[in-house]
Design a protein around this ligand. Structure first.
Ligand code: PGA
Length: 251
């Protein structure tokens, strides 16, 4: 039984006052939700204040990125241990914006994931093809390359701290969601691949989230698919009402 996960990626939005307001508005709207794991990923500077406000809530907090070293002369980086220190239990790794805008490679993603897990975080590893890759029929090749690299050297017990997020790059922030059957096809492929690379048992218990223009009006269709176990939500996680209605998709 895979517990659904709905995660909000706030990206480069919300300073302290707005972040605290959003959390204050969101928490009561989802207080009665027990069957969905809820995660929010604010920017680094507000992690501490947001976490403090959530002390009696089941909402978890994630970093949006981390480095693979725990400490040292790495100006501008943040370590997995620092995220834990700020109250995080999860970290997003390899988001397509990091890959495209900040040059992150599959190898970086693997190192970050290993370091995050070692520190005790759950890694939400993002994968997904660009429009060009989809149109040239390379979707599954790209997914295979990204997943094999990201999960390389991950043991069975480390995989308990991994969540995958399939985010087709062409669907992120564009308003174009993958059709339910398109998303399911990719998720089923990912699960079969994980079964082959690791074991069927790991594949069976792995949560695979969908991301890319998830909104209150398309979440139920996506969640009705056999291999979709949740969502990584960008734009629609920035207001309490829309994020709460995504979290409450089944209600
Ligand atoms: P979006 O972003 O929901 O705004 O498309 C999703 C993401 O980038 O994780």
């Amino acid at each position: 039984m895979r517990i659904p996960v709905i995660a909000g990626n706030w990206k480069l939005f919300k300073k302290t006052a707005q972040a605290l307001q959003l959390v204050q508005d969101l928490a009561p709207l989802v207080k009665d939700v027990e069957d969905v794991e809820i995660i929010i990923a604010p920017s680094f500077t507000v992690l501490g204040p947001v976490r403090s406000l959530l002390f009696d809530s089941s909402i978890s907090v994630a970093g949006q990125n981390c480095y693979w070293e725990e400490e040292g002369a790495f100006t501008g980086e943040i370590s997995p241990g620092m995220l834990i220190d700020a109250g995080c239990s999860h970290v997003i790794i390899g988001h397509s914006e990091r890959r495209q805008l900040f040059g992150e490679t599959d190898e970086n993603v693997n190192k970050k994931s290993k370091a995050a897990i070692r520190a005790g975080l759950t890694a939400i590893i993002c994968i997904g093809e660009t429009l060009q890759e989809r149109e040239s029929g390379e979707t599954f090749t790209v997914l295979q390359r990204q997943i094999s690299a990201a999960l390389s050297n991950h043991s069975t017990s480390e995989m308990e701290q991994v969540i995958l997020a399939y985010e087709p790059v062409w669907a992120i922030g564009t308003g174009k969601t993958a059709r339910d059957d398109q998303a399911q096809e990719a998720h089923a492929f990912i699960r079969q691949l994980v079964a082959k690379l690791l074991t069927p048992t790991i594949a069976d218990s792995l949560r695979i989230l969908y991301g890319g223009s998830v909104k209150p009006d398309n979440i139920a269709g996506l969640m009705s698919q056999a291999d979709i176990d949740g969502a990584l939500v960008g734009g629609a996680s920035l207001t309490a009402e829309s994020f709460a209605s995504i979290i409450r998709y089944g209600k």
